[in-house]
Structure formats: C-alpha cells, structure tokens
Design a protein around this ligand. Structure first.
Ligand code: SF4
Length: 372
C-alpha cells in the first residue's frame, strides 16, 4: 500500500550516533502485524528499529500476542521493552473530543516508553502497556478534514478561537519519545503546515530530541508544549529527559518559529512547593529570553488519581513514594459517574492562587489556558 505522507527532504528521522543517546528508546523487541507491513510507513518504522538493533518479530495474524508475563510487574517490564507496529482500526480513527486541551484527540500511537510513577495512561489503556504505533498514518491524517470547525473547545471559545480547530496528539502517548522510530510526528507536523485551513496540531512531551522537527514546514500550525515539573516531583519521571533538557528543547523549537507551551503537570504540593515551582517558572523564563514572536501558553494540571489508576500504578511501581492517599484527598464524581481523587479545596485554592500570580510575574507573556 502506498503512503501519501508529505516528504520533507532531509528531515526524515534516521537512527544516527547522535540520536542513539541514552535517552532515545531502543525497543528490545518489535512485533509487526501483516496489516502493518502493507504500509510503507509501517515498513519504514520496522527498518529504523532493525537498524537500532531491535529484534523484529513478524506476527502471523493481526492480533498482538506474547505480551503476558508471570505477574503484572513482569508483564509491565516486557511491555515497556516492546514496540508493536499495527494498523489503527476504523473505531480508533473516529476522533473523540478532549476538553479542556483541544477540540479533538488524534492518536498516532498508544503507549510510551517512559516510566512515570503517576502515568496518565494507567487505568486508561487495557492490558500491558506495550507501545503501539500506527502504520496507517495516511488514513489517520486523511480522516481529519471531517472534523474541521466542529469541535467544542477551541472552535467554540471566544478566547481560543484564533487557534482554529485543534487536534491533540499526545493523549495516549508521548509522540516525541518514539519519533526516532516512527517519523509520524514530523509527517503530521508537515501535513498540518501545508494544510490550508484554520487548524492546529498540539502535543506535549517530556523528551527533548527536537532536532528532526526544527526545519519542517510547520508554518506555525503546530504548538509544541513541554511537560515540566518542579525538581522534587521529577524523581517520579523515569526514562524522560531532564527538565533542563526539555527547556533547552523548548527554546530550540521556539527559535524555529513554533508556537510553544508549558504543561505544568502533575502539580503536587511537594516539599517547599512554592519555591520549587517558582524556580521552575524562572528557569522557563530564562530559557525563553530573547525569542522573537514568542507565542507561549501554560496549562496547569494538578495531580489526581482514580481507584483504577491507583491499582494499576501500584502493580507497575510497587513501593513508589508517590502520595495516593484517598483520606487526604477530595473525592469527585465525574459526569460519567466515575470517581477521582483530587487535592482538598483549600490546597487547590492555595496552589492556584500561587500559580496565577507567579506566572504573571515570571512569564508575563504566557496565556494560561486552564487550571484543573
Ligand atoms: S511520559 Fe506521559 S505517557 Fe509516558 S510514562 Fe510519563 S506520564 Fe506516562
């Protein structure tokens, strides 16, 4: 099957000695389905992984097998070292709204190689957390025009309407963390850049390998946000780039003309939290000094958990020091009748007041999109 992705000479991510740093993920095993091998994009992903030294396993059917472990922890370890190249079925290609971030969620992949002890994917994905990447990217991108002008977040908001119809690509993955293998993000950025319509691609990342994105024809139709946290919270983020590296990458993409953002998440009242978060905001301001035509947003997301995510995270990270104590939290029922535990109202108020004030002082150019 032939792909119709935008070809950007010189920007195709290739495994290189520079990129093969400790931070770049090299899956031990790559499972590829027969359907994925029918796509040029799927075959290119397999070739990149093979060049990095991954074992390639061509499956006989389109179902993923061989993911079970002796126990949940073992299944986790196996899954986190496995990349699956699959085809996104039609159901997955029907986009879902994703408030408060964007109009629509578009998935280029599902799963992530990092090891965050609060991972947002816990309890949302079924089965072991294998990283699945989609070979049929041309089909995924081909379905997007149907959604233009139809969203309920930026499309309908007087404050954010200038962003156009927004498509969020990091709900179920960290697309930059796997970009050296997939090339999907570069192709999607170029696709949006050349799309003559009021649309914007958005994604957030805890990685810093932005080099392959710098020369893309993005035409400011992509906002790259960096997920950052105060130093005491960063110890929960295994396998990611350091916050300093993320901020340096943020400067690089801003200088390359991208719209950018800070996703401060998950905000936690860690020890000396005011000082720790103030330092973070000051560091971000320093990283952005002198950037011309800066378009900066901030999204402020506090830590929360559900009974389901807590039980999955306890299996994945037994002995983690991450606080998930229901008794210390406020219980909330969502409109879908599920339960989540957030910080108590007085803690939330205190943290929100701090952030709104500190952002005005240290990052006056930032537009705060939401606090949650
Ligand atoms: S980077 Fe995001 S998706 Fe990946 S492990 Fe961390 S929280 Fe989960």
């Amino acid at each position: 099957m032939s792909d119709t992705l935008v070809n950007v000479p010189g920007t195709e991510p290739k495994p290189s000695s520079n990129q093969a740093s400790a931070k770049l993920w090299r899956p031990k095993r790559v499972l590829v389905t027969p359907a994925a091998l029918e796509w040029d994009h799927g075959r290119a992903i397999v070739e990149r992984a093979a060049a990095l030294g991954s074992d390639i396993v061509e499956l006989k059917s389109n179902r993923l097998t061989g993911l079970a472990g002796e126990d949940a922890r073992q299944a986790y370890v196996t899954a986190k070292t496995t990349l699956a190249v699959v085809v996104a079925p039609p159901g997955k290609r029907r986009l879902q709204p994703i408030p408060p971030s964007a109009d629509w969620r578009v998935d280029l992949a599902e799963g992530c190689p990092a090891h965050c002890q609060y991972c947002y994917l816990a309890g949302s994905l079924s089965g072991p957390p294998v990283t699945r990447v989609y070979a049929n990217l041309p089909e995924i991108l081909g379905s997007l025009p149907d959604y233009v002008g139809k969203g309920s977040v930026t499309s309908r908001s007087p404050d954010r309407a200038q962003e156009g119809t927004t498509f969020e690509a990091s709900c179920y993955t960290d697309p930059l963390g796997i970009e050296h293998l997939t090339g999907s993000l570069a192709a999607t950025i170029a696709h949006f850049g050349l799309w003559q319509a009021p649309v914007q691609l958005r994604f957030t990342t805890k990685y810093d390998a932005v080099q392959p994105l710098l020369d893309l024809p993005h035409h400011r139709q992509t906002r790259i946000r960096f997920s950052v946290n105060a130093q005491p919270a960063v110890r929960f983020e295994g396998g990611t780039a350091s916050v300093a590296a993320r901020l340096k990458a943020m400067r690089q993409v801003a200088l390359a003309g991208y719209r950018i953002g800070l996703t401060v998440a998950p905000i936690m009242p860690v020890e000396n939290w005011r000082e720790a978060y103030r330092t973070l905001l000051q560091d971000a301001a320093t990283a952005l000094e002198g950037v011309p035509e800066l378009d900066l947003t901030a999204e402020l997301i506090t830590h929360r958990f559900t009974p389901g995510s807590k039980s999955v995270l306890n299996e994945w990270y037994p002995g983690s020091a991450l606080e998930m104590d229901e008794a210390a939290r406020a219980r909330k029922t969502t409109k879908f009748n599920s339960v989540k535990f957030v910080y108590a109202p007085d803690v939330m108020r205190e943290m929100r007041t701090f952030f709104e004030g500190a952002i005005k002082v240290h990052l006056p150019a930032a537009r705060v999109l939401y606090w949650t």
